[in-house]
Structure formats: structure tokens, C-alpha cells
Design a protein around this ligand. Structure first.
Ligand code: ADP
Length: 490
């Protein structure tokens, strides 16, 4: 099968969060299964160009419709750790992808609507005819809309579209101008409750809603999140749309790329280890302490790795930090936030804790450091308010780092409480709490710390259970292939 991924992120070249890992990992899995996969991305100035091999311009004559004129783009090709990637370079005064950042510009909606149009225009003009187009999140929600409303008439009748919702929090809500920008026009047709009209603002269009309405199948990144958004009020205003299209929506748990995230072979950690020589993990703990100037002491290290976003439970992350320090632990945080207030808060906290020998806060994004922290920590906290899937807990488990999580979305599907889960002990792998408050978090964190100190052998078994669990792309790969085949045959 010939599959084209259209996305705003792909690890490790353009990564903000889990979306990037999924685009890379799923593409690789599909290739392993004998499919031909190409990925189309914007050519950002801030990408990790050191991860692209053989980058060259392959197409210089891409003229993309934009407000009734044609904008010149060129397309580059390169391999990202073996994956075939095309990068669209928009060469005009708006410099859409030369902003030194992936997201967070006032015109994000316009930037990614343009990218979606450019990606389809590239497929069309270059004569590419994939069996399946797989697009992701609001940034590429207009792809199926434009495919069926513009490009089918032009002859691009073959591709079917699978659309994955990674997070309903951001939906790409923008003004009618997007219809003029992309030359979809026909506001009466599109700004309609059953098409692109935002469910709250009758004058706005909602790109994610467009993606749901127009694609052939919609997936979200865990069965629990699919259930939550379809059957509870946690649907970010898309409840009606998800209800109407419910029979083409399913949850497929994300996988982890064990080629990259594997403590036995990881090139970023000083001591490789696995279930049979787990003690070597503690060499990484020592190196991490040295690197972060933490005291060498008989204490567990609790970590947080991730975006610092209200979704991730920032006040509970902060509480976990102080609770850990007060209860005989060390704490390491690696995080970044586009939200100035949250970012300033943690920068202030970093200054306040600067001389504390049991604590290190690293503000920023570092793939390399993330590997060391997964390997060097004993526990990881994820007290999320909601969590579509969560890769952090899955990666942590592979590294024998015990997750402490709130029972929501993908966290509920993957972390099973050491004391309370309805599972045999061999499948219990962490600590879980339900209520989003300090007491809830403490109820899980205190049990984890208690076990680490009082029953180290038991704690070790939990680590091993997590390391042995299979959260590779193998099973999700099979499910996605079934979806692709299903929409091809429809
Ligand atoms: P989300 O997609 O909501 O950000 P996930 O848990 O699904 O959360 O995926 C997060 C991914 O991003 C993981 O691979 C994690 O290691 C990585 N990550 C998040 N923040 C950072 C950071 N500051 N530095 C390095 N890696 C990070």
C-alpha cells in the first residue's frame, strides 16, 4: 500500500510532543510491514537539520493557490533516520515556516491551512496518487476537506483519508478568511453546522471538525480517550460532531518506537541495560546526579518530562516536586512551555530551588537529556488533567522507571496500580490515582515512595513488569493497517 502522512511534526526533526513520535514510529512500522510510506512536512527553519540525510531540492515549481493568487513553493526531500520525507518551503513574504518556532504565532491557522493546501497541491502536481493519506490533528484537518471538495474534481479520486485526533484541546478555530485563503470559498456551504462551522462560534470555521466530518475514518490515540470524548462531557465542544460520526471513530493506542527508546541499545545513555542486568540502570542514575549536581544519597529520584501545559496538571507537578523533596526523594524536571505565565512560574521555581542538592529543573527541550532522565530516574509523575494517550509513561516503563499517574485517557489504558488493579501481579506496573487534587496525587506518590524504601524487591518487580510489557508499534500497526484496508475497500 502507498501511504502518505501529512503532518506538522515528525520525530526527531520537528518535535514538540507525542505527535512527532507517532508520525515517525507509525511510518516506520508501516514500512516494516511492506508498505511504501512518504511523509510531508513544512520546511521549518528551526528543524533539527542534523537528523536529515541527503536533503536536496526535488521540486522547484510548486505554485500554491492563496487568496486568488499563486505562491511559489519548492519541495525538498531527505531521509529522516530512513523515513522518506518531503519538506515544503513556502517562499513568500509571510515566511510561514521561518519563524524560529513550530507553533505559537498569531497566524498559526493561516500557516497550517496553507501547508495543507500546499501538500495536496504537491501530490496533485507531482502525479503522486497514494492509496491512503493519513493526516493528524487540527493543523491538517483541512486536507480531507480540500481533497474531497477541490482535488477529487481535478482527478485526485483515488486516495482515502484516515485522520488521527491526538488532542482535542487545539482545534484550529479561525475566521472565514481561511476559506478565501485556501480558495475553498463558498462560505454558505462550509460554515454550516454539519460541515466546518465551529460548534460555539457560528461565524468561525473549525479545522478539526472539518477533518472529522470529511475523512473516511477517524482514530484517536487510545481506546479510553475515544470513549471519554464520545461518551462524556470531555469532548471540547465537539460532542455533537463526534456523535454524528461515531460509527467511523475508533481508539488505537499509540506505540513506542523501541528502535529509539530501548535501554539495551540507547546511544544517549552511558550504561545500557535490560531486565537481566537491571542494576546497570543505577550507573545512569549516578551520571545524571553528577550532571545535575545532585547529592549522592540513598534516595529515589522522581522525574517529570513533558510539556508544561495546564493539560499536564502543572499545579500537581509542582506539588509532586515539593512532596517528593519533603519525603526523602530527589526531583528532576525537564519541561518547556509556550505559555509565558507557566514558563515564568517554573523559571522562578528553578531560581528558588537553585541551591537545593536534591532538585534540578531543566527548562527547555532536549531529546538527548530526556533519554538520560528516563534511564536515571526511579519514578516518573504524570498527574494529567486529561491525557489522550501519553507516551512518557510508556517510555518510562521500558526504562524501568515506575509511572505514577492519574487515571485518565491513555494513562488509564496502560498503567495498572501495584496495589489495586484488577490484574495479575505480573501486569501491574505503576501507581494510579483518580481525583485531581493534592490528596489524590499524594495517595499514589506516598505508596510508591514507601515501597521503594520498605520493599525494594517488590519495587524492582514492578520495574521489571513495566520493562517486559509490549507497547511497541506491532499491535497498533496491525490496527492501523486494518483501518487503511477498511477505508480502501469502502
Ligand atoms: P504530548 O504529546 O501531550 O506532549 P506525550 O506523553 O504523548 O505528550 O509525548 C511527549 C513526548 O515528548 C515524549 O517523547 C517526551 O519524551 C517528549 N518531550 C516532552 N517534553 C520534552 C522536553 N522538554 N524535552 C525532551 N523531550 C520532551
Amino acid at each position: 500500500m502507498y501511504i502518505t502522512m501529512i503532518a506538522s511534526e515528525c520525530a526527531p526533526v520537528a518535535k514538540v510532543g507525542g505527535l512527532a513520535d507517532v508520525v515517525f514510529g507509525l511510518s516506520r512500522e508501516m514500512e516494516i510491514r511492506g508498505n511504501d510510506v512518504e511523509i510531508i512536512l513544512p520546511k521549518y527553519d528551526c528543524m533539527r537539520y542534523d537528523h536529515i540525510y541527503g536533503l536536496e531540492q526535488v521540486y522547484d515549481n510548486l505554485w500554491v493557490p492563496y487568496y486568488n493568487r499563486r505562491v511559489h513553493c519548492s519541495v525538498f526531500f531527505g531521509f529522516v533516520h530512513g523515513r522518506k520525507c518531503f519538506f515544503i518551503d513556502a517562499q513568500f513574504e509571510k515566511n510561514f515556516f521561518n519563524r524560529g518556532t513550530y507553533y505559537g504565532c498569531d497566524d498559526d491557522a493561516e500557516r497550517f491551512a496553507f501547508f495543507s493546501r500546499a501538500a495536496l497541491e504537491f501530490l496533485y502536481q507531482s502525479g503522486k496518487n497514494p492509496d491512503v493519506i493519513h493526516c493528524h490533528d487540527w493543523q491538517t484537518g483541512l486536507v480531507p476537506v480540500m481533497l474531497y471538495e477541490i482535488y477529487q474534481q481535478a482527478g485526485l479520486t483515488h486516495p482515502r483519508v484516515c485522520y488521527t485526533l491526538h488532542n482535542l484541546k487545539h482545534q484550529g478555530v479561525a475566521g472565514e478568511f481561511i476559506l478565501r485563503e485556501t480558495e475553498l470559498y463558498r462560505a454558505d456551504h462550509f460554515i454550516h453546522p454539519e460541515r466546518l462551522q465551529d460548534n460555539f462560534n457560528p461565524f468561525a470555521i473549525n479545522m478539526m471538525k472539518g477533518g472529522i466530518v470529511y475523512s473516511n475514518f477517524v482514530t484517536t490515540v487510545s481506546p479510553r480517550y475515544a470513549d471519554e470524548i464520545k461518551h462524556s462531557s470531555h469532548n471540547a465542544g465537539l460532542g455533537h460532531t463526534l456523535y454524528v460520526h461515531g460509527n467511523k471513530i475508533g481508539g488505537i493506542l499509540n506505540g513506542v518506537d523501541y528502535e529509539i527508546w530501548n535501554p539495551e541499545t540507547d546511544i544517549h545513555i552511558p550504561y545500557n541495560y535490560g531486565v537481566n542486568n537491571i542494576d546497570l540502570k543505577f550507573g545512569n542514575k549516578e551520571v545524571m546526579r553528577h550532571r545535575f549536581l545532585l547529592k549522592n544519597d540513598y534516595k529515589p529520584i522522581v522525574a517529570y518530562i513533558g510539556r508544561l501545559d495546564s493539560q499536564k496538571g502543572v499545579e500537581l507537578i509542582r506539588h509532586a516536586l515539593f512532596y517528593s523533596l519533603e519525603h526523602g526523594c530527589q526531583f528532576v524536571l525537564l519541561g518547556s512551555s509556550p505559555d509565558r505565565e507557566i514558563s515564568n512560574h517554573f523559571i522562578h521555581l528553578k531560581g528558588f530551588l537553585n541551591n537545593n542538592p536534591d532538585c534540578h529543573l531543566e527548562m527547555g527541550f532536549s531529546e538527548e537529556l530526556a533519554h538520560l532522565i528516563y534511564a536515571g530516574s526511579d519514578m516518573i509523575v504524570m498527574p494529567s488533567l486529561f491525557e489522550p494517550c501519553g507516551l512518557t509513561q510508556l517510555i518510562a516503563m521500558k526504562y524501568g522507571t515506575v509511572p505514577i499517574v492519574r487515571e485518565t485517557g491513555g494513562l488509564a489504558d496502560t498503567v495498572f496500580d501495584a496495589d489495586h488493579a484488577y490484574k495479575p501481579f505480573s501486569e501491574r506496573n505503576g501507581y494510579v490515582f483518580q481525583t485531581y487534587n493534592y490528596e489524590g496525587l499524594e495517595s499514589a506518590l506516598s505508596r510508591a515512595i514507601g515501597k521503594w524504601y520498605s520493599y525494594p524487591q517488590y519495587f524492582r518487580e514492578l520495574m521489571i513488569n513495566g520493562m517486559k510489557a509490549d507497547y511497541s508499534w506491532n499491535h497498533p500497526g496491525e490496527h492501523y493497517l486494518n483501518v487503511y484496508n477498511y477505508i480502501r475497500e469502502k
